[in-house]
Design a binder for this molecule. Structure first.
Ligand code: ADP
Ligand code: MG
Length: 362
């Protein structure tokens, strides 16, 4: 299957070539034809499988410059809003669209001006609701509504905001819901607001051939030294170290730095500017190790992550799946290293009950 088979405009095909995509991914193959036909689509596939381009194609083809906000994309986090905005800009380059990334934690006034000119808005739920309340956003022209990482938005408790936003959109519109997993909550929301949706699913969450998962079992006070040892001895590209709490993130980052490892922390307690800078430094490989919480990392695309360390094992098995989805992307190899001590055993057992991963003991 080639991009040429999708009946896309020459301009869009050229943009896709320029970005460097040679072939569509599985979720793109399954969803783009339906999306281009104007159908409501629920797309289920793993993080990193190329969902942005799946909904990006219709946006690049259909949105008309200077005709008001016609596409609205809701994402769970600020980082993701920025990332989706950047991708859409590349995909729709020939139209020079005004694409606004709207999120909280920064001043609201500059956003009001940006919103007046925008044709496409990528926003987190909370700040969008603020704009609705203040009447500083006009959704009357919206004809494409995308929920990106829908499962995550449910987990983060955004459902009321999302329903408010959906109801503020015109009834005549195309709905696209994307998620790594489709829960009952999403099914219910779809039933309520979508128009005969078609579900497409690409199931293999991680390619076990490309992803090696191992664990160490140590006493709690040995975790940090083991992490330092492994970081110094494992040959790796970019590395993400996941912790369950902001406090651990700060603690680990500080201690890695003290051991002359180029590490940088990211979590929801840091200012938006700081988070953006951090992601940039990491993406440009100016620091090798990103120490992070789940919230800060969800849905971000970071290239060349070779190793995922779980310094804490997440309580929610889905978070584990999302963490490990950061590596072994697009056919690359990856390795997941779990550093367990006594208090992680419960969480690890829940993960293994839910998913049949092969995790080798070291
Ligand atoms: P998801 O939203 O499913 O997590 P993204 O849309 O963020 O995935 O895409 C993940 C990565 O794969 C991005 O770096 C993106 O540029 C890249 N990508 C998307 N589509 C393709 C493709 N057809 N070929 C190669 N790389 C792609
Ligand atoms: Mg995505």
């Amino acid at each position: 299957m080639k991009f040429e088979d999708f009946k896309l405009s020459n301009e869009l095909l050229r943009n896709i070539k320029e970005i460097g995509y040679e072939q569509p991914t599985d979720i793109q193959i399954k969803s783009i034809p339906l999306i281009m036909e104007g159908k409501d689509v629920i797309g289920e596939s793993a993080t990193g499988s190329g969902k942005t381009l799946a909904f990006g194609t219709i946006i690049a083809e259909k949105i008309i410059p200077n005709h008001g906000i016609q596409a609205l994309i809701i994402t769970p986090t600020r980082e993701l809003a920025n990332q989706v905005k950047d991708s859409l800009k590349l995909i729709s380059k020939h139209k020079n669209l005004n694409i606004a990334a709207i999120y909280g934690g920064v001043a609201i006034d500059p956003q009001i001006n940006i919103l007046r000119k925008a044709e496409v808005v990528v926003s987190t739920p909370g700040r969008l609701c603020d704009h609705l309340q203040r009447n500083t956003i006009n959704l009357s022209k919206v004809n494409i509504l995308v929920l990106d990482e829908a499962d995550r938005m449910f987990e983060m408790g955004f459902i009321e905001d999302i329903e408010k936003i959906i109801r503020a959109c015109p009834k005549e519109r195309q709905n696209l819901f994307f998620s790594a997993t489709i829960s009952d909550n999403i099914r219910k929301l779809a039933q309520k607001y979508m128009n005969s949706p078609v579900k497409v699913s690409v199931n293999n969450l991680v390619d076990p051939e490309k992803l090696k998962q191992i664990y160490y079992n140590v006493s709690r006070n040995m975790k940090l030294s083991l992490l330092v040892y492994l970081l110094e001895h494992e040959k790796s590209g970019l590395v993400m170290v996941f912790c369950n709490t902001r406090r651990n993130v700060d603690f680990i980052a500080k201690n890695l730095q003290a051991n002359k490892i180029k590490a940088i922390p990211i979590h929801g307690g840091l200012s938006q500017n700081k988070r953006n800078n951090t992601i940039e430094l990491f993406n440009d490989a100016k620091v090798q190790v990103l120490v992070c919480t789940d919230v800060a990392s969800r849905g971000l695309h970071i290239d060349n992550v070779s190793h995922i360390y779980n310094y804490d094992i997440p309580k929610n098995p889905k978070d584990y799946v999302h963490r490990i989805g950061r590596t072994a992307r697009a056919g690359e190899e990856g390795k997941v290293i779990n550093i367990l001590s006594e208090e992680d055993h419960g969480n690890m057992s829940s993960i293994l009950r839910e998913y049949s991963f092969k995790i080798e003991k070291m």
